[in-house]
Every structure is written in structure tokens, then in C-alpha cells.
Design a binder for this molecule. Sequence first.
Ligand SMILES: [Zn+2]
Length: 359
Amino acid sequence: MRRHGGYQETAASRIGQLMARAPFELAGTRIPPGSRAQIDVPVAKLYTHAPLHIPVEVVHGRQPGPTLLVCGAIHGDEINGVEIVRRMLRLASLSRLRGTLIAVPIVNVFGFVQQTRYLPDRRDLNRCFPGSEVGSLGSRVAALFREQIVDLATHIVDLHTGAIHRTNLPQVRAQLRDRPETQAMAEAFGVPVILNAELREGSLREYAQSRNVPVLTYEAGEALRFDEWAIAPGVRGVQRVMRLLGMLPADRRRHATASAEVANGSSWARSPIDGILRPRARLGARVARGDVLGRVADPFGNAEQEVLANADGIVIGMSNLPLANEGEALFHVARFDEIEEAENAVETFHSDFETGPGL
Ligand SMILES: [Zn+2]
């Protein structure tokens, strides 16, 4: 269907609209409406004196709309998000973008080069916000990213994966209470699980929310991997959020509404002893309290003990490393009021993506 009035506009009024839309400015670069630009934002020098930049691409639509920041690798080894951003930027539909997309494939460029979550000062960048221009490296990088990039955004999607040797079922984390727009974005994203997660102090999410900027964290797959079953839903999820916000034209194909269930809590089942894990539960599995999720034994198979589910729920994260010390978090189980619905949401999701996470 044609947009109401879309073809009745006179050439003059359309030119008028174009004139009215201001260029977008990021780190001193001006991007005219209807154009895009790649900008290297200087971040700091290495000790070698070699300069380092945060790579940014801005797509500034002809028509006004929200300014969405999509960023990956704030933890330097979480690279699924880097690929999500690359695919986003190649979408043909961006030529009809309303508003502005700020795409940052790699925020923690130091950690990315070193293939580590952290910064060279061993700080976690996602615990350094809002940061300070006169602080240590982590604090300075946070302050620079915030001032030059984050503060321009009206909406944010922050892309993450599980930590090293840990994998996550595709899930959105957000604080939903009294935040209808955030909740609508989380539901639109279209992955089966939404974790109504508490804010971590110093995180980008905490900072954005303190400014009333709706923000989602997408968590999927494992650090230092490209997991197709985590990347494809991420690309689709960001597009769905952009359609919800009116940044992309509505999809003409009819899709069943993605079902997502909000978890009302989660907890980790931990290793009862030091030893070698043989996992039994799989990512996305429904489990009941007391179910055996895996077994841990010494290398001879002596002193074997079971890892038990401590709640009814869905396995939304697990360790991929079969070596565990006592107390190590092995299986992340989310609890739901409507467990059947959550199980159905996971099954529907897997049938949408052929290469599901081992299911
Ligand atoms: Zn992360």
C-alpha cells in the first residue's frame, strides 16, 4: 500500500523537507541527509605511538526519525555482534532509512586486537561508564565513546555473547518495569527469551537508562566464535526493532508474531566437585528442578557427582568447557511463570532457524 500522501507531495515541498533536515555530526564529520559515512574516531595511542580508532558508520536518512546506536564487542572477544553489524550495514532497505543509524562494530578495539574481553589495564569496559576524561584507560575510553557516540543516540541495541567457553541461547536483556518502549523493543526483537535483568553498575545499559534512553542487550552464542544461529536472529532482531521505531518500512510479508517470554529470574547450576564435566542438558532444553544437567567426575571416573537443576526452567546458557572446579557456573537456568509458553517460544524460534544451537 502506498504511504498516505506519499505521491501527492509537490517537488517544492519535498525539497523543502530535504533542506530542513540537518546534517548529522559525529566526531567532527558532517553527514548530509540521504548519505552515509565511515568515521574513525580516535580513541588513544598504543604505547608504540600507533594511533587506534573506534570504527563507526553513520547512515543518515533523508527523513527524520530516531537515532539508533547498534554496537558490538564492548567486550573485545564477543565477535558475533561484529558480524551482525556488518550484515546490517549491507541491507538494501537502509536506502529508505528514516532517522539515523550509528553502527559501531567494535567498541573495545584494544580487547578485539588482543582477542580478550578486557582492556589492556585489565578493566571491563562495560563496568567503566560513565567514565572520565582524566581517569585510567578504561574510564577514558568509556568517556570518549559516551561523549562522541552514545550521547547522540535516542535508542540503543548493545550486542554481546557469552563469555569465553560459555554460550548463550539468543536472549534479550532489558529492564522492563515502567518502560513500555523498552518492553516493546524487547518483544519486537523476536528471540524466545527476555531476561528482565538488573543493571550492572558501570554498564552502558545502566548509563543509557539513567538518561531514559531505551536500551536492549542482545546476548547470543559464544565469545571468539561466529555462531550463525546467534548472528542471523540478531540481524533480524535489529531490523524488527527498526521497523517498530518507524526507521524501516514495514515488512510486506506476513510473519507470525514472534513469541517471547519474559523470565522472572535465573540462576546457575554449579559444579559440585572439581573434575571433568559430561553435559547432558542442551541449550534451550526445558528442565525440572532436580533434573540431572550433567555429571562431573575425576579423570578415572571415580567420585562422580551429578549437576542438578535448582529450578524448573529453560537452559539459556551453559559452559562449553568440560573442565570444572567446584562451584563453577555450568548451566544457566531461567525461570518462567508460563514455562509451557517459554518452551513453545524456544521451539518456534529453532524451527525458524535451520541451524539451531544443537537441537
Ligand atoms: Zn559481553
